[in-house]
Design a protein around this ligand. Sequence first.
Ligand code: FUL
Length: 476
Amino acid sequence: MKKIVLLCGIFFWSQWHLIAQVNTTPMPSKAQLAWHQMEFYLFMHFGPNTFTDKEWGEGTEHEEIFNPTNLDCNQWCRIAKAAGAKGIIITAKHHDGFCLWPSKFSKHTVRESKWKSGKGDVLKELSVACKKYGLKFGVYISPWDRNHPDYGTEKYNDVFVNMMKELFTNYGPIWELWWDGANGEGPNGKKQVYDWHRFERTVRELSPNTVVFSDIGPDIRWCGNEDGIAGTTNWNTLDTAGFKRGAGGPPQDTLNTGNATGKNWIPAECDVSIRPGWFYHASEDGKVKSPEQLFQLYVKSVGRGANLLLNVPPDRRGLLNEHDSAALLGFNKMIKTSLGKNLFKNSSTYHLFHGILKKAPALSDGNYKTIEPVSESEQQSVGVELKGKHNKKINCIILHEDLSKGQHCGKFKLLLFNSNDELVKEIQGTTIGKKRMISFAVLEVNTIELTIEEQNDITAISEIEAYLIDGNLAEK
Ligand code: FUL
């Protein structure tokens, strides 16, 4: 029911202090909150596989094959920036064990390669370029190592810790560290018993602000698939007790949705490649995802409250390929034209609470730090309403929950009215989180009203936005 002005000017008490008092649900750390702001960044798979056309190297590849002819990390960063990405995570060591930096703890590194006569250091060049371009620098380091002679023995845990020490000491600050879950046998057919506690302690001691990804965290979780798709229900909370990293994690659909009552704040990251493979293969030049496909991925990841980690692998020259950069620039153009202008910005706002009406300017002020606390109740709704009796054509609504107050909404309802107060659409949804994009066929709308139907505590809504996006880009 659209709001009816019953009583105005009655003092509306602040619910805010209530949130502070009763909120017992998990909260993000400062580093995790900053991570949520990153939203979209690039993954780069680069190493011997780039030159052998493999996806998983055996670890026996000769170091000499790593020899990019024209490596230019400034080019990677320029394109990442132009794509709207906020950082780059590079495969410092993939499963084949080859190190893109001259590690003292391996004999299978750039130092043994032909590239720059063994004097090159990809991590150095990329970390410097990221700083120059204002991008965050992240590192993927595979625990599984198919080359290292110590793999499968306790000594390898020392090797892995020492390698991480090199990374943090020589290339920091490292914003995100990526521990891949894939895990098999080493060169001698041995499997490794990883000392995860020690690994985690090492990171916390050396770099407390780094967020650590693995399938089950501790800071960031896998979204449960490599298609880049988060759940339409996406809790930032997860239960990890009793589960192990790697093969012993929760079911993939649990990773996809999180746990509504999960004990730990471990939000989902959606990793996906712009090409069929993770590494560059010339044969896949014609299979690069189109700008439209990238936009769809954005809607299904960032638009569902997760972060998007899009893999764009450098080619044998050591450059991002022209096919990939064209797609990235096209994608960024679509983001800008479709989502550049909230059509309900600075519209009138209201909060109707058991017949009492007040304004709720936070909902349309364009500032994600101002909030309107909303309780679960049939008797309570918030809305944004165009000034004057007119409509705007829209086909996409974005709801925002302020995660610095936790994540609370588990079920919501949206009612869309036109300027004659006629209901033109009702939409049901579950979680909101950092961002919840909902798209539909174009409608003429004057008022968007939100009711929270289930929540674990008071929900802090920071903005209700509406857009007219290119029809082809609406979620399918
Ligand atoms: C997987 C790996 O096995 C793939 O090669 C790739 O690195 C992907 C991101 O993670 O577990």
